[in-house]
Write a protein that binds this ligand. Structure first.
Ligand code: SF4
Length: 351
């Protein structure tokens, strides 16, 4: 189903599916057993714009820690379970707003049923997650390797298993680090699945590779109207995942809000430390609730003209720079005051 028609699913106080805004997720990389460190990281993620957080639950201690973590955070918490169904049950009992399992690695169906019964009792959804790395042998053989079709069949088998236990509060995900296989799998799955899809490119890599692969993969999938919640997976600080997810959604015009900072690529005419300045501007605008475009340009000669499409901008020169609106020079400003002048303009924005 396209995202406007998928089933609406509630995760804590966040609704996904059925045309709700695409929710941004991330996953903590602290030890879940360490409540203080995990809560601190979740607070940073909340401030960055994370709307749903997932924590790994590898031990019973981690499952119990969810109880304390939940009390101190403000966004829904998803427990990520592998293999041990008892951890899934404990995570639900300790307040998880959703659990993520791969029924394929939980074992016999009675164990999956026990997890489903517990989710039902607590009225929380289950994300059924299928990963290319753990595709069942019979499907690998049937399709002659790990393929999009095999991944889709695996996911739908699991959906039917959970449905057979009388439960339909489901979210489905298919992950593959092969970007184009992932895209194909989502196209196939969307044709056959009424549940919201959690979209992400797994093991996409460090900041540069991960951002590129995620942007291409998520871009191709989301732009077709597929996908109800996303996670950009990066090897790094999870806050970077949120920043990237916001830019991807904004670029696809799937979410509004937030200042978009554009900056020139720099060239031989650049007169200031533009890379440093652009980074400073990006941080400075992150808490300003405007939906406009801000340009940061490297020279006062071409900067104003090249920043025409931006609502406001600055261009740096030696000793002094310019404040620009829609390509027009508004005033000259001392170089060291550029950032503050821009901030004041944004805080008093009334156009
Ligand atoms: S704005 Fe100036 S510094 Fe930046 S790319 Fe254009 S000409 Fe070069």
């Amino acid at each position: 189903m396209f995202r406007d028609d998928t089933k609406k699913i509630r995760i804590g106080d966040v609704m996904i599916g059925g045309g709700n805004p695409i929710a941004i997720q991330s996953m903590t990389n602290t030890k879940t057993e360490d409540v203080k460190a995990t809560v601190e990281q979740i607070h940073r993620l909340e401030a960055a714009g994370c709307e749903i957080i997932r924590c790994a639950v590898p031990t019973m201690e981690a499952a119990k820690a969810l109880f304390e973590i939940k009390k101190q955070i403000h966004i829904p918490l998803v427990a990520d379970i592998h293999f041990d169904y008892r951890l899934a049950i404990a995570a639900i009992e300790n307040g998880a707003d959703k659990i993520r399992i791969n029924p394929g690695n939980i074992g016999e169906s009675e164990r999956v049923k026990a997890v489903v019964e517990k989710a039902k009792e607590h009225d929380i959804p289950i994300r059924i997650g299928v990963n290319s790395g753990s595709l069942e042998k019979n499907l690998v053989e049937k399709y002659g390797g790990v393929t999009a079709k095999g991944l889709v069949e695996s996911a739908l088998d699991k959906v039917r298993l959970v449905e057979s236990f009388g439960y339909d509060q489901l979210v489905v995900s298919i992950k593959s680090s092969d970007v184009m296989m992932c895209v194909k799998a989502h196209e196939e799955l969307a044709k056959k699945c009424i549940y919201p899809l959690h979209v992400g490119i797994t093991e996409s890599g460090t900041l540069l590779a991960g951002n590129i692969k995620s942007s291409i993969g998520l871009g191709l999938i989301l732009n077709q109207g597929i996908g109800d919640t996303i996670r950009v997976s990066l090897t790094g600080d999870p806050v970077e995942e949120i920043k990237s997810a916001k830019i991807i959604l904004k670029t696809l015009v799937l979410r509004k809000g937030g200042i978009e900072v554009v900056s020139c690529p720099t060239c031989g005419r650049t007169k200031i430390d533009l890379i440093g300045l652009a980074n400073q501007v990006e941080t400075m605008v992150s808490d300003i609730p405007l939906d406009i475009k801000v340009a940061v340009m490297g020279c006062v000669v071409n900067g104003p003209g090249e920043a025409k499409e931006a609502d406001i901008g600055i261009a740096g020169g030696i000793g002094e720079g310019l404040l620009i609106k829609k390509g027009e020079i508004i005033k000259k400003v001392k170089e060291e005051e550029l950032l503050e002048v821009l901030r004041q303009e944004l805080l008093n924005w009334n156009e």
